[in-house]
Design a protein. Structure first.
Length: 417
């Protein structure tokens, strides 16, 4: 795809037979129909119409706040795409607020000024019983003095959950508008489902173009035109023992929450015990350039060589913001950058970081995004979902469950019983 390019800067001694075998395995996973995220880019015309109908039927003029109640896969993807696209001309002026963590200070701070009259609350929980989300919901019901049978809930709340989940069953009793997540789509792979599409549409973004960006990659990949993704997955897993740490070094503050989304997707999907009872996993770390050049880059360059680095570069920030030709007293050594744009500066820093890492014989690949827009963002989401699945296949694990997380939930429940 013209909007996104990938270049590998490590020794490519991967055999074509390895690439072909991995492709057949992921194609088999696609064709099985068991893993639903593969099909989201081109299987949602009904959902798109449902979202459009909801937006057209609801008076959104008084709504100033879109409030997301959700955690992990129910919030991180929305947060990531919103941060990447917030500069878009399509973005309306509604404020997006996340109520995720059960930190009481944060809950009070973020909800202090919220009113039912000017807020739309989107409660997202695939299981319908996420403890963080339901606890915050209870707090809001108490704050607004609403009983669980109060019909006024339907005026300010919508739910996104699995069909027939506990949340869905409660919604039916109050006629609360509910969007359903496909049963075979896991939470951390759900951003291209109603989990992401509903709030992003309410903010004005072109959600069809986000899906189109993902669809471009899906078509290209399954037409066997994206061997670099396959090579990257093979290389990462083959070097799991020597290079267990995967660093995503994103050169834009707009990608901060994309990094967070990647960390959750990678960690929860790939940190598993394999079929031979061996602990497996690739540890994800998200960095932001140029900020982390002044901290973590030192560890990459001169620390233990146990990391593989991916750099994301945005070619065109669509900004001509310049550094003025101002000479500061006693600081003539920084005048070389005068009259250049900030885009030129951050991309030159990105290139310098890449060169410094390669010169230390540290493995690296580059993803270059032409511009951040709905299409390129959809492409990037699907890229990392695909890469995660490919690595999971090679690690011989179940990429889509999370038994370690479930074990922690079991212990939590026992503490209160």
């Amino acid at each position: 795809m013209g909007l996104v390019k990938q270049e590998l800067f490590f020794k490519d001694d991967i055999k074509s037979s390895q690439i072909d075998e991995l492709f057949l395995r992921v194609k088999s996973e696609l064709d099985s129909g068991k893993i639903g995220y593969y099909h989201l880019p081109n299987n949602q015309s009904t959902i798109l119409k449902e979202i459009e109908t909801f937006i057209n039927s609801k008076d959104l003029e008084p709504i100033k706040n879109i409030v997301i109640l959700g955690v992990g896969g129910s919030s991180l993807g929305v947060k990531a795409i919103e941060a990447m696209l917030t500069h878009s001309k399509n973005r309306n002026d509604k404020r997006l607020i996340f109520l995720e963590n059960v930190d009481p200070i944060e809950i009070e701070k973020r909800s202090r000024d919220l009113k039912l009259s000017n807020s739309l609350f989107i409660l997202t929980s695939k299981s319908g019983s996420t403890i963080e989300t339901t606890s915050i919901l209870k707090y809001l019901l108490g704050k607004f003095e609403l009983s669980c049978s109060d019909k006024k809930i339907k005026e300010s709340f919508i739910f996104i959950t699995d069909e027939d989940s506990p949340l869905d069953l409660w919604a039916k009793t109050l006629d609360i508008k509910t969007f359903h997540i496909p049963k075979n789509v896991g939470g951390r792979f759900s951003i291209l489902s109603p989990v992401g599409l509903v709030p992003l549409a309410l903010l004005g973004y072109e959600i069809k173009e986000i899906l189109n960006g993902a669809l471009d990659l899906k078509r290209s990949f399954f037409a066997k035109k994206e061997d670099q993704i396959l090579k990257k997955a093979i290389y990462l897993v083959a070097n799991e023992k020597n290079y267990p740490i995967n660093v995503l070094f994103s050169y834009s503050s707009s990608l901060r929450y994309f990094n967070d989304w990647f960390v959750q997707l990678w960690a929860e999907s790939l940190g598993k015990i394999d079929k031979n009872k061996k602990r497996r996993g690739l540890t994800p770390i998200g960095l932001i350039g140029s900020l982390d050049q002044h901290s973590f880059l030192q560890l990459i360059i001169e620390g233990v060589k146990n990391k593989i680095v991916t750099i994301i570069k945005i070619k065109n920030f669509q900004s001509n913001l310049k550094i003025p030709d101002i000479k500061l007293p006693n600081l003539s050594k920084v005048d070389f950058i005068n009259n250049h744009t900030f885009q030129e500066l951050i991309n030159a820093q990105c290139d310098a970081t890449r060169k410094s890492i390669i010169e230390q014989d540290i493995d690296l690949d580059l993803i270059e995004i032409d511009t951040l827009n709905e299409q390129s963002v959809g492409y990037m989401i699907y890229y990392y979902e695909l890469l995660t699945s490919l690595c999971g296949i090679l690690l011989e694990i179940n990429t889509y469950d999370q038994p370690g997380v479930e074990y922690g939930k079991k212990i939590l429940k026992e503490k209160f019983e």
